[in-house]
Write a protein that binds this ligand. Structure first.
Ligand code: FE2
Ligand code: FE2
Length: 199
C-alpha cells in the first residue's frame, strides 16, 4: 500500500466506527481503483480518494456539514488542496465545487450505486457479493422501495455525466453497474461480503 492510502485508511479507522459506512467507503474505493485502471490513471490515488470521500460522514451526518467540515480536518491533517477539491466535488450543491476532472466524475458515479449492490448482496441467503448477478440488481433497481435511499434518477444522471466525460458517452448505466459489481466482487473479503454474515 502506498503511504497516502495508508494515511487515508488510518483516518477512516479514526473517524468511522460504523461497519456499514466502512463498507460503503471500501466499496467506493474498490470501484475507483477499477476505473483508474480502465482509464490508465493512478489506481492507488483514485482508491485513496474513494477512502477519503466520506470519512467525516459519521461525525457530520448531514449535508450542512459533510463534506465541508470534513475538508477542514483534511486540511489540518496536511492533505493537499487538490485532494480536498475532489472530495468537495462529490457534493456540488453544498460546496459549490463543480466536477471537472475524470476522477471527480468517477467518484460521484461510483458513490451511490454501491449502496444498491451492497443491499442486493445482503438480501441473498449467502450474503456473498460474488453470488450477485446483474439481473438481480436490475430487479432491485426497478423496485424503488428497495434500498430507497439510492436515488435512481440521480445515479442515471451522474453515470451519464461520467460516461460523457470519460467514455465518449459509451459507458451505459448497466455497463457501469456491472463494472462496480465486478470491482466489489474482487474485494468481497475486505467488504465483509464473502458469506461471513450468513452464519
Ligand atoms: Fe458523501
Ligand atoms: Fe459516499
Amino acid at each position: 500500500m502506498n503511504s497516502r492510502k495508508i494515511e487515508a485508511w488510518t483516518l477512516v479507522e479514526e473517524f468511522v466506527q460504523d461497519p456499514g459506512l466502512r463498507r460503503h467507503i471500501l466499496s467506493v474505493a474498490a470501484a475507483m481503483r477499477y476505473y483508474a485502471v480502465q482509464l490508465e490513471q493512478d489506481a492507488g490515488y483514485w482508491e485513496t480518494v474513494g477512502l477519503l470521500h466520506d470519512f467525516d460522514w459519521e461525525i457530520h451526518p448531514d449535508l450542512d456539514r459533510h463534506p465541508i467540515d470534513g475538508a477542514i480536518i483534511l486540511r489540518e491533517r496536511g492533505w493537499d488542496e487538490e485532494t480536498i477539491r475532489i472530495v468537495l466535488s462529490h457534493y456540488t450543491e453544498g460546496t459549490g465545487v463543480e466536477r471537472e476532472k475524470p476522477i471527480d466524475f468517477a467518484l460521484l458515479a461510483c458513490d451511490e450505486i454501491t449502496g444498491l449492490v451492497i443491499a442486493t448482496a445482503l438480501v441473498r441467503p449467502s450474503k456473498d457479493v460474488r453470488d450477485v448477478k446483474i439481473k438481480s440488481i436490475r430487479k432491485k433497481w426497478k423496485d424503488r422501495r428497495f434500498a430507497g435511499g439510492v436515488d435512481r434518477d440521480h445515479v442515471e444522471e451522474v453515470t451519464a455525466d461520467f460516461s460523457r466525460n470519460c467514455f465518449s458517452g459509451e459507458l451505459t448505466l448497466w455497463d457501469h453497474i456491472g463494472n462496480v459489481l465486478e470491482a466489489m466482487q474482487g474485494e468481497a473479503e475486505s467488504l465483509g461480503l464473502d458469506g461471513r454474515l450468513a452464519h
